[in-house]
Design a protein around this ligand. Structure first.
Ligand SMILES: *[C@@H]1O[C@H](CO)[C@@H](O)[C@H](O)[C@H]1NC(C)=O
Ligand SMILES: *[C@@H]1O[C@H](CO)[C@@H](O)[C@H](O)[C@H]1NC(C)=O
Ligand SMILES: *[C@@H]1O[C@H](CO)[C@@H](O)[C@H](O)[C@H]1NC(C)=O
Ligand SMILES: *[C@@H]1O[C@H](CO)[C@@H](O)[C@H](O)[C@H]1NC(C)=O
Ligand SMILES: *[C@@H]1O[C@H](CO)[C@@H](O)[C@H](O)[C@H]1NC(C)=O
Ligand SMILES: *[C@@H]1O[C@H](CO)[C@@H](O)[C@H](O)[C@H]1NC(C)=O
Ligand SMILES: *[C@@H]1O[C@H](CO)[C@@H](O)[C@H](O)[C@H]1NC(C)=O
Ligand SMILES: *[C@@H]1O[C@H](CO)[C@@H](O)[C@H](O)[C@H]1NC(C)=O
Ligand SMILES: *[C@@H]1O[C@H](CO)[C@@H](O)[C@H](O)[C@H]1NC(C)=O
Ligand SMILES: *[C@@H]1O[C@H](CO)[C@@H](O)[C@H](O)[C@H]1NC(C)=O
Length: 850
C-alpha cells in the first residue's frame, strides 16, 4: 500500500524547510569506510540489566554496531529506527514476535501511523499499548496512552495539570548529533524526555510494561492514563474507573478502524508499582476531561461527556525517599472486556519484573532471528544490519490476538493486523516458509477460522474488523503458499487440509454481499473471465477492474496448485485455466507513448468485449494526469496503486506467456530496461517487486542480479529514512531480506528465483523439518557499491555436491532436506540459466508447475 496523501504533505514540509529532519546526521558505516578506508564503529550502548547481562541497544540515528556474536545474539544487529521518517511508518517500540501488545511512543507528527516519528521536532503525547507497523490508511490503534508529569503549572496541584493530548505534550530531548534521545532493541524501547523523565517499555503478548523514572527532587510524580485519544482521536463512549486504594485504572472506548468502515471496542487495565520501593496508594487521584482534572472523582460517569470527549485518569504518587522515583506501569489490553485485560496483565506479568520481561522478549527474538545465519567476511556491516532489521520487521505483524476475537469463541488461533494480504502475500509469507512454519501455520488456521465464521477468507483486517480489499483475495496465495510447501506437515501443524480447500473455493466461487471487504466479484468474473469496467455490481465498487482480474488469475493459479496436491484433477485444471484470465485484459494494440516498439498492455475492457483505453503511464511518476490510483469509487481506470506498465508484467504464474505477448525475449528485455530506466518501476509499491528479477525468464539472470542490487542501493538503507515508503506490515522488510539473500519467492509454488546473496554464506534453519539449508558462494569478493559489476553473477550451481540444472531457480525440496547449495560466482553478466528449457523458471504455458 502506498502512503496516504499525508506523505505528500510531509514531503512538502521538508522541501519548504518547515521541517528539518536529522537525515544523514551521522554518516553510515559504509560512508565512513568509503571515506577513510577504515571500518570504525562505536561500541553499542549498553543497557544494564539486573540479570547481569548487558544488552546492546541501538540509539536512534547512530551508526550500525556490528556484533561479533551475531550467531547467538542477532537481536544486536537489528536497527529498529529504519523507516521512522519519510512515510515509512515503522514501529520502533517493544513487542514480542507477532505480539499483540506493542507499547511505543506517540508523537504529534502527521505521519504517526505507528505513533513514533524519528524527527525530534515532533513532541511526545504519551506511550500507548497497541500499534501497527508500516501501514497507510488512517492512523491505526495507539490506544490508552500513559504520560508522566514531573510537575503541573503553576502551583503543582492536581487540578493545574494540562491533561489533554496537546495540553500535556512535551518536546523530546535532542542529542548533540541532532537525533532524539531514543533507543530501542527487539523487545525494548527507551527515551529521555525533556522533563528528564526516563521512559522504558517492554512487553509480553497482551501486556505492556512501562517504567517511568522521575528525576530526583520530583515532589509530585504523576501519571496520566488517557482512555480516549487513540491515534485517530475517534473514541466514543469512553469509560474510566479509578480505584483510589490500589491506583488501578480501568477503561474502554469504541474507536474507528483505520482502513475500513467498522468500529471496534478496546479495554485496558493499568496497575502501578514502585521499582525497588513500596509505592503505596496514590496521594491524589481524579478523572480528567480535556484540561480539567477533578480531584477525588473516580468514574467517567461523574463527568459530562460529549461526542469524542478526551477523558482519562490522573494519579499523583509519593516519591521515593531518596534518589529518583522509578514507577512501573503495567497495562493489560483486551478486545473482549476489562476483566480480560486485567487477567491478561496478572497472568503474563504477575510480579512487574521489568528485566525479566525484557530478557524473555529478547530471547524470543533471538531464537527466531538466529534461524537465519550469515557469514560476514567481506560484507559491509551495514548490509548485515539491513538484513536482520528487515527480517525483524517481517515478524511484527500479523499480530497474535488469540483469545481476543470479539466476534465468536473458538479454540483456534486468531491473528489480526492483516494489513493487508495484498501487500504481504508476495514475500512475507514465503519468508516464513523458510524459517517460521509454526507461526505461518497458526496464521493460516486463524484465516480458515475466519472463513468458517464470516464466509470468506480475510483480506485486510485490523483491530478485529475487516478493512478494505485492495485487489484480489490474497489469502488464496497465502494458503496456497502454505499448502504447497507444508502439505506433508499439515496435520503436524494442525492445519485441516479439507477446511483449507473449502475456504479457497468459497473465495473463488461465492460472491459476498460486499466484495469491498472480503471475497471477490465472483459471479461476473467467473462468467466472462474478467472484471468489466462498465458494470456497477450492487455488491461493491466498480473500480480496479484490470488489476483485480490479474490478481484473481494468480489466486486461481494458487488454488489449482492446492487442488493438484489434493488429487482433485478436474478442479486443478479448471483453476489452471482461469489462471490464464490475464489474456482477457490484454490489448495488443496499445503502445507506450514515445516507444511504439513497446506494444501490448493490460487494459480496461467493457462487458461487450471491446476495450477502453488507459494511458500506460497512468499512476506512474510520468502520469500526465498525476492520478493517485488509491481507493476511490470514481476511479474507473482499472488499476490500483500501480501503472499499466507495472501490471502488464504481473503474471507470475506464466511469464513465458507474457514474453510471447510482448513479442519475444529481446523485446521483453527491452521493456524491462525501459521500465527500470524510466522509473516505471515503483519501489514503494508491491506490484513492482518481481520486476527486477524478471530477466531470469528471458535467460538473462545477470541482468536481474544487476537490477535487484541497483534497487537495494537506490532505495533501501539503514538510515531513519531508509525506506522509500510504507513498510506495509513488513512487506518491504521481507522483500529486502529476500533480495539480500539472493532469492525471490514465487508464492504458492515450489520455486524460488535465484540471484546472488550479499553474504558468502547464508543458511536457513527450518524447525518443522529440523533441517538447515546453506547457500555458499565460491569466489565471493564482496558487494560492489551499486551492484552493476563485480563477482556477483552465478555461473553454476551444485546441490549437495551434484550439478544442479539451473542457475535461475531453486526447488523447495532442497530446503526441506537441508541441502548445501554451492554457487560458483563470476564477473560475467552474460551468464544464462543453463541449457535447455528446463533451466528456465517455471511457467504454466510451457508445462511448468507439474
Ligand atoms: C513542540 O513543543 C514545543 C514547545 O512547546 C513547541 O515550540 C513546538 O512547536 C512543538 N512542536 C510541534 C511539532 O508541535
Ligand atoms: C537516557 O538517560 C540515561 C541516564 O539517565 C541513559 O542511561 C540513557 O542512555 C539515555 N538514553 C536513553 C534513550 O535511554
Ligand atoms: C464467548 O464465551 C463467553 C463465555 O461463555 C461468553 O460470555 C461470550 O458471550 C462468548 N462470546 C461470543 C462472541 O459468543
Ligand atoms: C488490434 O488491431 C487489429 C488490426 O487493426 C485488429 O484486427 C484487432 O481487432 C485489434 N485488437 C483489439 C483488441 O483492439
Ligand atoms: C461497448 O460498450 C461501451 C461502453 O459501454 C460502449 O461505449 C461501446 O460503444 C460498445 N461497443 C460496442 C461495439 O457495442
Ligand atoms: C473510459 O475511460 C475513460 C478514461 O479513464 C473514462 O473517463 C470513461 O468513463 C471510460 N468509459 C466507460 C464507458 O467506462
Ligand atoms: C536511504 O534511502 C532513502 C529512501 O530510499 C533515500 O532517500 C536516501 O537518500 C538513502 N540514504 C542514503 C544515505 O543512501
Ligand atoms: C534434529 O537434527 C539434529 C541434527 O541434525 C539431531 O541431532 C536431532 O536429534 C534432530 N531433532 C529431531 C527432533 O529430530
Ligand atoms: C556504479 O558504481 C560504479 C563504480 O563505483 C560507478 O562507476 C558507476 O557510475 C555506478 N553506477 C551508478 C548507476 O551509480
Ligand atoms: C556480454 O555481452 C555483451 C553483448 O554481447 C558484450 O558486449 C560484453 O562484452 C559481454 N560481457 C562479458 C563480460 O563477456
Amino acid at each position: 500500500m502506498k502512503s496516504t496523501p499525508q506523505r505528500a504533505l510531509w514531503r512538502f514540509l521538508l522541501w519548504t524547510g518547515v521541517l528539518s529532519v536529522s537525515i544523514g546526521a551521522s554518516p553510515s558505516l559504509v560512508e565512513l569506510y568509503e571515506r577513510t578506508g577504515v571500518l570504525t564503529s562505536a561500541p553499542p550502548t549498553m543497557v544494564a540489566s539486573t540479570t547481569g547481562t548487558a544488552v546492546p541497544t541501538r540509539v536512534a540515528g547512530t551508526p550500525p554496531q556490528p556484533s561479533i556474536e551475531h550467531d547467538s545474539d542477532p537481536a544486536s544487529l537489528v536497527n529498529l529506527f529504519i523507516g521512522v521518517v519519510n512515510g515509512g511508518h515503522v514501529f520502533p517500540g517493544a513487542t514480542l514476535p507477532h505480539g499483540m501488545a506493542k507499547p511505543g511512543m506517540d508523537t504529534n507528527s502527521p505521519g504517526n501511523h505507528a505513533g513514533y516519528d524519528g524527527d525530534p521536532q515532533f513532541n511526545v503525547t504519551g506511550f500507548s499499548q497497541l500499534h501497527d507497523d508500516g501501514t497507510g490508511g488512517a492512523v491505526p490503534l495507539s490506544n490508552f496512552k500513559i504520560f508522566p508529569f514531573t510537575s503541573c503549572p503553576t502551583q503543582d496541584r492536581l487540578k493545574d495539570c494540562q491533561t489533554s493530548l496537546l495540553g500535556r505534550m512535551v518536546p523530546r530531548k535532542v542529542l548533540a548529533s541532532g537525533s532524539p534521545d531514543d533507543a530501542a532493541s527487539p523487545g525494548y524501547f527507551s527515551t529521555n524526555l525533556s522533563t528528564n523523565v526516563r521512559v522504558e517499555l517492554t512487553a509480553t503478548r497482551r501486556t505492556a510494561l512501562h517504567r517511568y523514572t522521575f528525576p530526583e527532587g520530583t515532589v509530585n510524580p504523576r501519571l496520566v492514563v488517557d482512555i480516549s485519544n487513540e491515534g485517530g482521536q475517534s473514541s466514543t463512549i469512553p469509560k474510566v474507573v479509578i480505584d483510589p486504594d490500589t491506583g488501578r485504572v480501568t477503561g474502554s472506548a469504541f474507536f474507528e478502524a483505520s482502513f475500513g468502515p467498522g468500529r471496534y471496542e478496546a479495554f485496558t487495565c493499568v496497575d502501578f508499582k514502585g521499582d525497588g520501593f513500596t509505592l503505596g496508594s496514590p496521594k491524589e487521584h481524579g478523572v480528567w476531561l480535556e484540561n480539567f482534572p477533578v480531584q477525588d472523582t473516580t468514574r467517567s460517569e461523574q463527568m459530562y461527556l460529549s461526542f469524542r470527549s478526551q477523558i482519562g485518569a490522573l494519579l499523583t504518587f509519593t516519591p521515593r525517599a531518596n534518589g529518583n522515583t522509578p514507577i512501573l506501569a503495567r497495562a493489560g489490553v483486551s478486545f473482549i472486556s476489562i476483566d480480560q485485560a486485567c487477567r491478561n496483565a496478572e497472568e503474563e506479568i504477575p510480579d512487574f519484573d521489568f528485566e525479566a520481561v525484557h530478557t524473555a522478549a529478547r530471547a524470543e527474538w533471538n531464537e527466531l532471528l538466529s534461524r537465519i545465519q550469515v557469514k560476514m567476511d567481506n560484507v559491509d556491516p551495514e548490509i548485515t544490519e539491513l538484513f536482520y532489521s528487515s527480517v525483524y520487521r517481517t515478524h511484527i505483524s500479523p499480530a497474535d490476538y488469540t483469545g481476543e476475537n470479539p466476534g465468536w469463541n473458538s479454540t483456534e488461533p486468531y491473528y489480526d493486523s492483516l494489513y493487508c494480504n495484498w501487500d504481504t502475500y508476495r514475500t512475507l509469507y514465503p519468508l516464513f516458509s523458510l524459517h517460521d512454519p509454526e507461526n505461518f501455520a497458526r496464521i493460516v488456521r486463524g484465516m480458515i477460522n475466519i472463513q468458517q465464521h464470516e464466509g470468506w477468507l480475510p483480506e485486510c483486517r485490523g483491530a478485529t474488523v475487516p478493512h478494505y480489499v485492495q485487489g484480489g483475495s490474497h489469502a488464496d496465495p497465502i494458503l496456497g503458499e502454505f499448502f504447497v510447501k507444508f502439505h506433508e506437515k499439515a496435520s503436524a501443524l494442525q492445519v485441516d487440509a479439507n477446511a483449507l480447500y473449502t475456504a479457497l473455493i468459497a473465495d473463488a466461487e461465492k460472491q459476498p454481499p460486499n466484495f469491498n471487504l472480503m471475497g471477490r466479484q465472483a459471479t461476473l468474473l467467473n462468467k466472462i473471465g474478467y472484471i468489466p469496467s462498465d458494470v456497477w455490481d450492487p455488491a461493491g465498487t466498480n473500480t480496479k477492474q484490470v488489476s483485480r482480474t490479474l490478481e484473481h488469475a494468480f489466486g486461481d493459479f494458487a488454488i489449482s496448485q492446492v487442488a493438484k496436491i489434493l488429487g482433485k484433477q478436474a478442479d486443478s485444471q479448471k483453476y489452471a485455466k482461469r489462471a490464464g484470465n490475464f489474456n482477457n485484459v490484454w490489448n495488443p494494440n496499445v503502445t507506450a507513448p514515445d516507444r511504439p516498439d513497446i506494444a501490448g498492455f493490460v487494459q480496461p475492457r467493457f462487458l461487450n468485449g471491446t476495450f477502453n483505453f488507459t494511458d500506460p503511464r497512468h499512476c506512474s511518476v510520468h502520469d500526465p494526469l498525476q492520478s493517485t490510483c488509491f481507493l476511490d469509487p470514481t476511479n474507473t481506470d482499472g488499476f490500483y496503486e500501480s501503472s499499466p506498465f507495472v501490471y502488464s508484467q504481473y503474471v507470475p504464474q506464466d511469464t513465458a506467456a507474457l514474453i510471447e505477448l510482448q513479442g519475444g525475449a529481446q523485446k521483453f528485455i527491452d521493456r524491462l530496461d525501459y521500465i527500470m530506466d524510466q522509473d516505471f518501476f515503483d519501489s514503494t509499491d508491491e506490484p513492482s517487486q518481481q520486476i527486477p528479477y524478471m530477466y531470469h525468464y528471458a535467460n538473462r539472470p545477470g541482468l536481474s542480479i544487476q537490477r535487484s542490487r541497483e534497487v537495494i542501493s537506490r532505495f533501501y538503507n539503514t538510515s531513519i529514512n531508509g525506506l522509500p515508503g510504507n513498510d506495509d506490515s513488513g512487506a518491504m522488510g521481507s522483500y529486502v531480506a529476500f533480495y539480500l539473500a539472493g532469492l525471490y519467492p514465487l508464492p504458492a509454488t515450489s520455486q524460488f528465483l535465484l540471484g546472488s546473496p550479499y553474504f558468502p554464506e547464508i543458511s536457513f534453519t527450518n524447525p518443522i523439518f529440523n533441517s538447515t539449508t546453506t547457500i555458499r558462494s565460491h569466489n565471493f569478493q564482496g558487494n560492489p557499491a551499486n551492484g552493476t559489476s563485480g563477482n556477483i553473477f552465478v555461473k553454476s550451481v551444485k546441490i549437495d555436491g551434484k550439478a544442479w540444472g539451473s542457475s535461475c531457480f531453486l526447488e523447495w525440496d532442497a530446503f526441506v532436506k537441508g541441502s548445501l547449495i554451492e554457487l560458483e560466482l563470476t564477473n560475467d553478466v552474460n551468464v544464462t540459466c543453463g541449457s535447455g528449457k528446463s533451466a528456465l523458471p517455471a511457467s504454466l504455458s510451457t508445462g511448468g508447475f507439474d
